[in-house]
Design a protein around this ligand. Structure first.
Ligand code: NAD
Length: 491
């Protein structure tokens, strides 16, 4: 079975790893390939950093308008290859082909925004800040930066960082999730066609050992992380203690509030798409649905009706709405959490624990599950499930709902469904979450905006995407100059 290579110093080379992990299709359990893991991957990181460091010195001197030209080429290559990329995403992560196409589109949009770097990284100048003295602020790259990414978006998440990092003049190292490394292998085949210095962009595989090497390497100046909260917290504390700039996005548990004046049919459909899209494995998946007032019966019915029509199966087959979860362990964990909800007093409205998909009996499939009356004072209501499970709870009014929304540890997203502008305005203002949806189920910031998690969903200051990314990958330098007029009269 093939063992994946790293892409270091502009070439494919075998890893020094002593172990490997299987990369498995979650719908079929077919072993697709093996990925380097464990001992030796730290040495791979060191090699990548040495080459990146040289490439950075050359690249940072290339004018920004030339640096962004390679992004136009990368966008064109990704567009040409989007169907192949989508197929790979589905094979290794399980999401549906349509979801994978959408993911690649979001990645490309980040390349497009980063093409605006010549404007976005412009500095400021004040002429005559004192008589005959000018002051300016310029932005310069940091050096070598790295990102560490999760399994659930094998193609998109790297692009919250990579295009901005290189457009602003940095070298960049990608460490993808060991569960889904194949999409990046294909993307690096495209990167290999770009006219950039050898080693400017590298791909290193592995797990904790390669991550720790990134955290400890003195030459790496900045780390972008996306994954679960415990690891995000670890990356942030260790990375910053080692003097690095860190942005670390963590997990989530996203509440959605439905007011009595919401359009029930539309809300039910959007909420179901949010909860069950990508089999619930999205950091912006709605998880707890809070119905306010006495309409719970109607909304429950509307949700139930739309959820019943959703199809589960292999994402490369036609007319499939939902694929499997990533691993058998993940499936077992989700089944256990559903049981925990029941033990804590919830009722099952729809039970997706024992799904069996004809032709894919070995796949990690669950079908949509709905729990109602989930206990507000127990564990499940605060635990990230990361699977196709909806928890329904009823509350008296919007005050109670807001108190619940703001009482959670996470702050990735909160949504409100209503036809009242005043309620929407209040929710937008008072909900403690960094991404807010009003009649929207997945409030995913487009590439022009920062991916704004709060609380335990984000550790750091500047987020990924857009202007935040430009700021994250640059350091400001302030220059004050005195050029007395009298000197110009010499000639
Ligand atoms: P994860 O934390 O297990 O892994 C993420 C990355 O960290 C991987 O590259 C992995 O190799 C590495 N890693 C894992 N354990 C490590 C350790 N002990 N030390 C050092 N590195 C380690 O996350 P996952 O299961 O791949 O992804 C799912 C999680 O990511 C969910 O919690 C989800 O909410 C979160 N997520 C958050 C966002 C966001 O924008 N906030 C986006 C996507 C996913």
């Amino acid at each position: 079975m093939e063992i994946l290579k790293n892409y270091i110093d502009g070439a494919w080379m075998p890893s020094k790893a002593t172990e490997t992990r299987d990369v498995v299709n979650p719908a079929t359990q077919e072993i697709l390939v093996r990925v380097p893991y464990g001992g030796g991957t730290g040495a791979d990181v060191d090699l990548a950093v040495q080459s990146a460091s040289k490439a950075y010195r050359e690249w940072s001197k290339v004018p920004v308008i030339k640096r962004t030209q390679v992004l136009y080429k990368l966008k064109a290559l990704m567009e040409e290859q989007s169907e192949t990329l989508a197929e790979i995403i589905t094979r290794e992560s399980g999401k549906t082909y349509g979801e994978s196409i959408g993911e690649i589109q979001r990645a490309i949009e980040n390349i497009e925004v980063a093409c605006g770097t010549p404007m976005l990284m412009a500095g400021d100048i004040i002429e005559d800040i004192a008589t005959g003295i000018d002051e300016m602020m310029i932005r310069q790259p940091l050096g070598v930066a790295a990102c560490i990414t999760p399994f659930n978006f094998p193609g998109m998440i790297v692009f919250w960082f990579l295009p901005y990092a290189i457009a602003t003049g940095n070298a960049f190292i990608v460490k993808p999730s060991e569960k889904v490394p194949l999409t990046m292998m294909k993307i690096f085949e495209l990167i290999d066609q770009l006219d950039i210095p050898k080693g400017l962009v590298s791909l290193v595989h592995g797990g904790k050992e390669s991550v720790d090497a990134i955290l400890e390497h003195p030459t790496i100046k900045a780390i972008s992380f996306v994954g679960s909260t415990p690891i995000a917290r670890y990356i942030y504390s260790k990375g910053t203690a080692n003097g690095k700039r860190v942005q670390a996005q963590g997990g989530a548990k996203n509440p959605v509030v439905v007011l009595p004046d919401a359009d029930l049919e539309m809300s039910a459909k959007i909420i179901a798409d949010s909860v069950y899209g990508c089999a619930g494995q999205r950091c912006l998946a709605a998880s707890t649905i809070i119905t306010v007032g006495d309409q719970q019966g109607q909304i429950k019915e509307a949700i139930y009706e739309t959820v019943k029509t959703r199809t589960t199966g292999y994402g490369l087959d036609k007319d499939i709405n939902m694929g499997p979860v990533i691993t058998p362990e993940s499936k077992t964990r989700i089944q256990g959490l559903i049981q925990q909800g029941l033990d804590e007093g919830a009722n099952l409205l729809l039970d997706g624990r024992n799904a069996s998909i004809p032709g894919y009996e070995k796949g990690n499939f669950l079908t949509p599950t709905i729990l109602e009356n989930v206990a507000l004072d127990k564990e499940l209501i605060r635990t990230e499930i990361f699977g196709p499970v909806m928890s329904l709870v009823a509350m008296k009014n919007i005050d109670e709902a807001l108190q619940f929304v703001n009482g959670g540890n996470y702050g990735n997203m909160a949504c409100l469904f209503t036809s009242s502008g005043a309620s929407a305005r209040r929710f937008r203002n008072e909900a403690d979450a960094g991404n807010i949806g009003i009649n929207i189920g997945v409030a995913a910031p487009m590439a022009q905006f920062p991916f704004s998690g709060w609380k335990d969903s984000f550790f750091g200051d500047l987020h990924g995407q857009g202007k935040h990314a430009i700021e994250f990958f640059t350091q400001t330098k302030v220059v004050i100059e005195r050029w007395p007029n009298i000197w110009s009269r010499k000639f």
